[in-house]
Design a binder for this molecule. Structure first.
Ligand code: CA
Ligand code: CA
Length: 251
């Protein structure tokens, strides 16, 4: 039994030795191959540059997205930031509409980071003032194909939503003199690559639709001619859901 055990140990050592000898060679071969592959790719791209650009210009179309958010938003198309609210989220009572344009081909994925203003992680605003309160959020957006004038996407409960900042969880802290010491909050880690087309949002909730009476949209909202199907959306709670990630795919 001891001899067998010893043989197994030797065999294992030999195996490990072979593996450690073989690994650097294999790695080197792979590295050389990958360098060659890069060269080939570069050559191919150079050769086909003109025809690739022609194909892209035929397929891409110009789109615009109009957004009104209480209070701030950043818009991504297929993982690329195409615009963000020109008024910083650090501005209390920031209500304004934004229009961003982009060129792409169908299908594409729109991802929006939407933030309700909060003075601190307590979720409270106007801290220490007469009107100290939980702020509330809300966002509406529509995407138009600029060549055809067709509205190709609007915010609705078809969008997926992930709330990544909630506060206050204990809403009875709203009027406390020091809400930072009494209000509880929940921060969810923002998933990596959540703005990309490939990101799997199947376990996200559906966005919640809210009425204009609920959200009371202010400055900038009436400057946009909203499609009748465009809905104000947010998480399930306009007040305590402070940062919401939103996604949809346009096809
Ligand atoms: Ca809030
Ligand atoms: Ca707000």
């Amino acid at each position: 039994m001891n001899r067998m055990a010893a043989l197994v140990v030797v065999a294992a050592l030999v195996g490990a030795s072979c593996a450690s000898d073989a690994t650097p060679d294999a790695t080197t071969d792979a590295q050389i191959e990958s360098v060659e592959t890069v060269d080939e790719t570069t050559d191919t791209e150079t050769t086909n540059e003109t025809s690739t650009e022609d194909a892209a210009s035929v397929e891409d179309a110009a789109f615009q997205i109009e957004v009104w958010a209480d209070n701030w938003s950043a818009v991504y198309v297929d993982g690329e930031l195409i615009g963000e609210d020109s008024v910083p989220i650090t501005t209390e009572r920031s209500f304004n509409a934004e229009t961003f344009t982009f060129d792409t081909a169908l299908p594409f994925t729109i991802a929006i980071e939407a933030k309700d203003f909060k003075e601190t992680d307590s979720g409270i605003e106007y801290i220490g003032q007469q009107n100290q309160q939980m702020g509330d959020g809300g966002i509406i957006a529509q995407v138009t194909n600029l060549s055809t004038g067709e509205v190709v996407a609007v915010t609705s409960s078809d969008w997926k939503a992930l709330v990544v900042h909630q506060a206050p969880l204990n809403t009875d802290c709203e009027d406390d003199p020091d809400p930072d010491s009494t209000c509880e909050f929940l921060i969810v880690e923002t998933p990596a690559n959540w703005t990309s087309a490939e990101f799997d949002d199947s376990d996200w909730a559906s966005a919640t639709e809210w009425t204009a009476t609920d959200v009371d949209p202010k400055d900038g909202y009436n400057e946009i001619s909203w499609d009748a199907t465009a809905q104000l959306i947010w998480g399930t709670d306009l007040e305590i859901d402070n940062t919401v990630l939103l996604r949809t795919t346009v096809s």
